[in-house]
Design a protein around this ligand. Structure first.
Ligand SMILES: *[C@@H]1O[C@H](CO)[C@@H](O)[C@H](O)[C@H]1NC(C)=O
Ligand SMILES: *[C@@H]1O[C@H](CO)[C@@H](O)[C@H](O)[C@H]1NC(C)=O
Ligand SMILES: *[C@@H]1O[C@H](CO)[C@@H](O)[C@H](O)[C@H]1NC(C)=O
Ligand SMILES: *[C@@H]1O[C@H](CO)[C@@H](O)[C@H](O)[C@H]1NC(C)=O
Ligand SMILES: *[C@@H]1O[C@H](CO)[C@@H](O)[C@H](O)[C@H]1NC(C)=O
Ligand SMILES: *[C@@H]1O[C@H](CO)[C@@H](O)[C@H](O)[C@H]1NC(C)=O
Ligand SMILES: *[C@@H]1O[C@H](CO)[C@@H](O)[C@H](O)[C@H]1NC(C)=O
Ligand SMILES: *[C@@H]1O[C@H](CO)[C@@H](O)[C@H](O)[C@H]1NC(C)=O
Length: 666
């Protein structure tokens, strides 16, 4: 009986793979009304997309608030005429699949069509992702199959993201040594071409993580709005593979070399009698590189003080570390900020004040004037700024440069015009953030932290993540600010114990607040609190002063364990996806677990957030922050909302450690 069912499913899947009908679709939550401007803009957009003679395009119709953004993408090996036929079907089908939806995506074998009322170009979106695995599993040599599949998809992923101009790659891998356990695997991967290479790579990594657990399936695919991949045990793509793994022969041959690994390629191909030649090539490369570096350093030193911001931004900052540093003249910054006038003051943050400035070329900047209590030497500080300037990610505020002159220590950031998250979120009158925007913010912060902790290889820890440190640009993209300041000031390694706890009450992980132990899991804790704030619209730190003295986390936990969690969702959210909210709360509760190891890493948080198929552990009751630190230790503040400094604590743990632990008998 079950075998029959499997056979049926298999037939269904196989036929679904080749019929030309829609594979899957996902519709947004909010609707437009018939006869609305939105509808006519949408119709116009679909007409434009249908008549576009290309395999990828984006277009926009209408003006705010009725703008419609659209995109289509055809599979890279599909000819233009088949592409057009697919898009024609898609524009027809999408209206009946998602009637009156303001947002929709439909996937076919040969193409993807997407539109939305939000500008989604160049950003990653994993919502509504679809997972398809053939129910039939391989039985022979499962381990070898999974290994080969991983290797194939790794190579296709990096080829798609970093080598292919169309962000599409195909590949075949075979292992035919033993006729019993032999097999051939074909695969492809593709990203929408509006993405950066890094985002494409990340999208495919997350998509593949969604596939975890089904690797033994004989075929499968993941469809996300931003990227997709597929593999089968038969050939299914047209043309020559970009990646070929032939494990039949003892030495791997790949065409072309998968990674941009220029030094290894000649060595790999060279046979023994070529060793000398290879060696001399390597030596000449080394000499050339050394020469180049020397020249670079020379020119950098000459130019560093003269550089203007405009010039720096024109460069694609991916060269030498030192090349990235932008040192600005103090006089330039004084003019830009009108001599740090009160009128230009944007706020008072941790470590100093922030001023808005405008450079001679019109570019707006934010200048952080650090209070100069740092014990670090100028060289050390310069190195730190160099490192921070390397951190470039859509969800991090960009550090443009610095200035270390005449006792002044200044950091120059890109200016983010919209306001900070706390301003928008906790303003009962003005909070107009809908669920889609909030979910995007939750996802954006997670990706920014993921980058900070893991992807950037800098293993930076923020240590003061909170709503007022999240800036929102005009697209409502979340940008984390003030990262790296703890690193600048604490002079710490990536993990350890510090005598100077920097953080904000309510967001601080217990092990950090109590013992000064920090690791990336300290940020994960703060992230959990932040997500709960975004969903409830309540500010965690307000809880500590309230009459009931009820703790924010225990308030959330109480409703969670009573099964009444939806009651605490921000009442200003009218339309939302219940499943998404429940999943976000669940993940947030995992992030605020007392034991750091129980908290997920940010990469798994990103994956859990976007793939409903990944199962979640059950959270246990989070550690109550109440009683952990007595409220008398908080700065007495009557006007809690007005100051960024509210509830900021700088605890000299080494002195007060004993009394703090005494307050929390175990
Ligand atoms: C378009 O849809 C029709 C009807 O569903 C189908 O027969 C045809 O194969 C589809 N064409 C493509 C290119 O998907
Ligand atoms: C939007 O329309 C769909 C189908 O017409 C309906 O099921 C859904 O409830 C509507 N959503 C809202 C928020 O009105
Ligand atoms: C589409 O473009 C291709 C080449 O760019 C061209 O050969 C083809 O004739 C065009 N088709 C239409 C219908 O314009
Ligand atoms: C959108 O489509 C219109 C009509 O085909 C075209 O004129 C315009 O250049 C397109 N815009 C973009 C941004 O591609
Ligand atoms: C294939 O493997 C998956 C994951 O291990 C399992 O859930 C599924 O039941 C298996 N399918 C069959 C038909 O055995
Ligand atoms: C290829 O197949 C042979 C024989 O089954 C096996 O020993 C080897 O591990 C396989 N290699 C891979 C990468 O699967
Ligand atoms: C194939 O190999 C498996 C073990 O990997 C073995 O159990 C099976 O009998 C073999 N089948 C044949 C036809 O050799
Ligand atoms: C893989 O290598 C084997 C052994 O050298 C060879 O017979 C086979 O043709 C190769 N396959 C491909 C597709 O190159």
């Amino acid at each position: 009986m079950t075998n029959l069912l499997h056979l049926f499913l298999l037939l269904l899947l196989r036929s679904g793979f080749s019929s030309g009908g829609p594979l899957y679709h996902t519709c947004g939550l909010s609707n437009y009304t018939s006869n609305s401007d939105y509808k006519s803009n949408l119709n116009q957009l679909l007409r434009i997309l249908t008549s576009t003679n290309s395999s990828f395009t984006t277009n926009t119709t209408g003006s705010t608030p009725n703008t419609v953004y659209g995109l289509f993408l055809c599979r890279g090996d599909v000819g233009l005429s088949n592409c057009r036929a697919c898009i024609q079907n898609a524009t027809k089908d999408i209206g009946s699949l998602c009637p009156s939806s303001k947002e929709a995506t439909v996937w076919y074998d040969n193409c993807e069509l997407r539109y939305s009322d939000l500008r989604f170009f160049s950003s990653l979106d994993y919502r509504g992702s679809y997972f398809l695995a053939n129910p039939k599993n391989v039985t022979n040599n499962v381990e070898g199959f999974i290994r080969l599949q991983k290797e194939l998809l790794d190579d296709i992923t990096s080829y798609t993201a970093y080598n292919s101009p169309t962000m599409f790659a195909t590949g075949t891998a075979m292992n035919e040594t033993n006729s019993n356990a032999s097999f051939t695997l074909s695969g492809l991967a593709q990203c929408t071409r509006d993405l950066s290479a890094e985002d494409c790579g990340q999208c495919l990594i997350v998509a593949r993580a969604m596939y975890t657990g089904s690797e033994a399936s004989t075929g499968g695919r993941i469809l996300t709005k931003s990227c997709n991949f597929r593999y089968e045990m038969y050939g299914f793509y047209q043309g020559k593979p970009d990646v070929l793994l032939n494990l039949t022969t003892p030495v791997k041959t790949r065409t072309p070399p998968p990674a941009p690994d220029t030094h290894e390629a000649p060595a790999r191909e060279g046979s023994k009698n070529n060793t000398k030649k290879v060696l001399s090539i390597i030596i000449s490369i080394v000499v050339a590189v050394m020469l180049l570096v020397t020249i670079c350093i020379y020119f950098w030193k000459k130019r560093a003080t003269k550089l203007t911001l405009g010039k720096h931004r024109a460069k694609s900052g991916k060269t030498n570390l030192e090349d990235d540093l932008l040192l600005l003249d103090l006089s330039t910054l004084k003019v830009a900020t009108d001599y740090f006038s009160e009128a230009n003051k944007l706020g008072e943050g941790g470590f100093g004040s922030v001023y808005k400035g405008k450079l001679a070329d019109g570019q707006e900047i934010a200048v952080k004037r650090l209070s100069t209590s740092s014990t670090q030497g100028v060289e050390e500080l310069k190195n730190e700024i160099l490192l921070l300037a390397k951190l470039q990610h859509r969800n991090l505020v960009k550090l443009l440069g610095g200035c270390l002159e005449e006792q002044e220590k200044l950091l120059v950031y890109e200016y983010v015009p919209n306001r900070s998250l706390d301003n928008l979120l906790f303003d009962p009158v003005e909070c107009k953030l809908n669920w889609s925007e909030r979910f995007n913010i939750i996802g954006g912060i997670a990706r920014g932290l993921f980058y900070l902790h893991e992807e950037s290889h800098l293993n930076a820890i923020h240590r003061d993540l909170k709503a007022s440190n999240i800036l929102l640009d005009t697209d409502m993209t979340a940008k984390i600010s003030d990262f790296g300041l703890a690193r600048l000031f604490g002079g710490d390694e990536t993990q350890g114990t510090t005598s100077r706890v920097v953080g904000t009450f309510g967001y601080m992980a217990p092990e950090y607040a109590l013992h000064g132990h920090f690791s990336t899991k300290v940020d994960v804790f703060s992230y959990g609190v932040l997500v709960l704030e975004i969903i409830t619209g309540k500010m965690c730190s307000r809880f500590y002063d309230s009459e009931r003295a009820e703790d924010f986390l225990s308030y959330v936990w109480e409703h969670w364990s009573n099964g009444q969690i939806l009651q605490i969702v921000d009442p200003s959210l009218e339309i939302f996806s219940k499943n998404e909210i429940l999943r976000c709360i669940h993940i947030a509760l995992l992030c605020v677990q007392e034991v750091p190891d129980e908290r997920p890493s940010m990469s798994s948080a990103v994956i859990m957030l976007h793939s409903p198929s990944v199962p979640l552990k059950s959270p246990t009751k989070p550690r109550f922050a109440r009683g952990m630190i007595s409220s008398s230790m908080l700065p007495k503040s009557t006007d809690m909302g007005s100051s960024d400094e509210f509830a900021r604590m700088v605890l000299p743990i080494s002195v007060n450690d004993v009394s703090i632990t005494e307050m929390q008998p175990r």
